[in-house]
Ligand binder design. Structure first.
Ligand code: UT7
Length: 350
C-alpha cells in the first residue's frame, strides 16, 4: 500500500513522464550503489624521479605525506579519457548497459575545456543518448558534492540510474618547479553507479544515507589556481598554503563525519569502512585517531596514487571493492576537504 502516492516526474524534456514511488510503508526511495570502477594512467612517476628534477627527496616526501609515487596522464590523454576509462569498469561491475544511465554528474577542476561540461563528452563517448550530464566543481571535495547532487535527483525521482564521476589531470595545473605542491598530486578517475530503489527507511536500509556539505569562501586564497577565464584568460597553476589547508582538513573532515553519524542516529563504532580524501597520510591518521576508527577500517591509497583531487574517493572505493573490503550492508563513511574551502561527508549503507 502506498503511503505517498506515485509521483509523476519528468526528468528533462526528452523523457516521457514516469511514475516514481517515493515512499511506502517502512520503506523510502534511496540511491542504491550498484558498483564502482577506476582508472589510473599507465605512467608512474616515483619520488626518486622527481628528485632528479627538483630539490626534493624520496625520504622527505614519504615522511611528510606518505606518498611513494603518482600516475601521470600521457600527452593528449584528457580528463574525459580518464573518466570514460573509469566508467566502463564501473558499468561492468554494476551489470548494466551504458544506455540505462540517465544522469552523469562529473566532479572535476581540470575539465577538458572551459566549456562545455566534460560530462557531455563522457556521455557521447559512452554512447549514452538520453541523459542529463553536467560537471560539478568543488575541487578535492567534488566527488561528495557530485554524489549529493545525484543522490538528491534520484531520491526526488528526477533520475533513475546515475554515473557519479571524479576525474582529474592535476599534472596540467601544477607548477613543476614548486616543490611544495608538485610532489603531492597525481592523475586519475573513479566512478560510482547509483540506482533509485525502495529501501528500508532508517540507517539500516541500504543506499546513500546522507550527504553533508559545507563551504567557507573566506579561505578562497589558501588553495587556488592563479589563473582562469575571467582573471588571466589562461588556466594557471595551483597555489597552496599547505599548513593552513592541513589544519582545516583534519578538523573539518573529522567533524563532518561526526555530524553525519549523529544525524543518522548512529555511533562512530558503527563505521565499517572509512574512506577519507587522500591528500596526506598524516591527515588521514589524525582523522581516524580522532574518530577512534581502527586502522584496518581505513582505506589508504595515497602512497601509490598521491592526491588525485576529486578522484581520490571513488578510486579508494574501487580499491576497497576490488579487494573485497566492502560487503553488502557495510556502513561506509566518506569525507573530503578542498579549495574554497569546500568540504563534506557522506554515509552509505553499501
Ligand atoms: O587535497 C587538499 C589539499 N591538500 C592538502 O590537504 C595538503 C595539506 N598540507 C600538507 O599536506 C602539508 O602541509 C605539506 C605536505 C604540503 C607540507 O608539509 P609540512 O610539514 O607542512 O611542511 P612545510 O610546508 O612546513 O615545509 C617544511 C620544510 C620547508 O623548509 P624550511 O623552510 O623548513 O627550510 C619547506 O621548504 O620542508 C620544505 N619542503 C620540502 N623539502 C623537500 C617543502 N616541500 C618540500 C619537498 N621536498 N617537496
Amino acid at each position: 500500500m502506498l503511503m505517498k502516492a506515485d509521483t509523476i516526474h519528468q526528468a528533462g524534456s526528452q523523457y516521457p513522464e514516469r511514475h516514481v514511488l517515493l515512499e511506502q510503508e517502512g520503506a523510502v526511495r534511496k540511491s542504491l550503489v550498484l558498483g564502482c570502477g577506476g582508472y589510473l594512467p599507465e605512467r608512474i612517476v616515483t619520488n626518486d624521479e622527481l628528485a632528479t628534477r627538483i630539490d626534493t627527496s624520496d625520504a622527505w616526501i614519504r615522511k611528510r605525506t606518505g606518498i611513494r609515487q603518482r600516475h601521470i596522464a600521457a600527452e593528449g590523454e584528457l580528463t574525459s579519457d580518464l573518466a570514460v576509462a573509469a566508467c566502463r569498469p564501473a558499468l561492468e561491475r554494476a551489470g548494466i548497459d551504458a544506455e540505462e544511465i540517465d544522469l552523469i554528474v562529473l566532479a572535476t577542476s581540470t575539465p577538458d575545456n572551459t566549456f562545455p561540461a566534460t560530462a557531455t563528452k563522457v556521455q557521447a563517448q559512452l554512447g549514452i543518448k538520453r541523459a542529463i550530464a553536467f560537471d560539478v566543481q568543488a575541487v578535492c571535495s567534488g566527488f561528495i558534492y557530485a554524489l549529493s547532487v545525484a543522490d538528491n535527483m534520484i531520491r526526488l525521482g528526477q533520475a533513475q540510474t546515475a554515473l557519479v564521476v571524479g576525474a582529474e589531470v592535476f599534472s596540467r595545473i601544477l607548477d613543476w618547479e614548486d616543490r611544495g605542491t608538485c610532489v603531492l598530486f597525481g592523475d586519475g578517475a573513479g566512478a560510482l553507479v547509483l540506482r533509485g530503489g525502495m529501501s528500508d527507511a532508517g540507517s539500516s536500509g541500504r543506499g546513500v544515507l546522507s550527504t553533508h556539505l559545507f563551504t567557507d569562501g573566506s579561505h578562497y586564497d589558501s588553495l587556488y589556481v592563479d589563473g582562469g577565464p575571467s582573471t588571466t584568460g589562461k588556466s594557471g597553476y595551483l597555489r597552496m598554503a599547505g599548513q593552513e589547508v592541513y589544519r582545516h582538513a583534519v578538523h573539518n573532515m573529522a567533524e563532518a563525519i561526526e555530524i553525519a553519524i549523529e544525524a543518522n542516529g548512529l555511533s562512530l563504532s558503527d563505521i565499517d569502512l572509512l574512506v577519507p580524501h587522500q591528500a596526506n597520510i598524516r591527515i588521514i591518521e589524525s582523522i581516524s585517531r580522532r574518530l577512534g576508527v581502527d586502522n584496518e577500517k581505513v582505506v589508504i591509497t595515497v602512497g601509490s596514487q598521491a592526491n588525485t583531487s576529486a578522484a581520490t574517493i571513488p578510486l579508494a572505493l574501487t580499491n576497497a571493492q576490488n579487494n573485497d573490503r566492502i560487503q553488502p550492508g557495510h556502513l561506509v563513511a566518506l569525507s573530503a576537504l578542498g579549495g574554497g574551502f569546500a568540504w563534506g561527508s557522506s554515509l552509505i549503507r553499501w
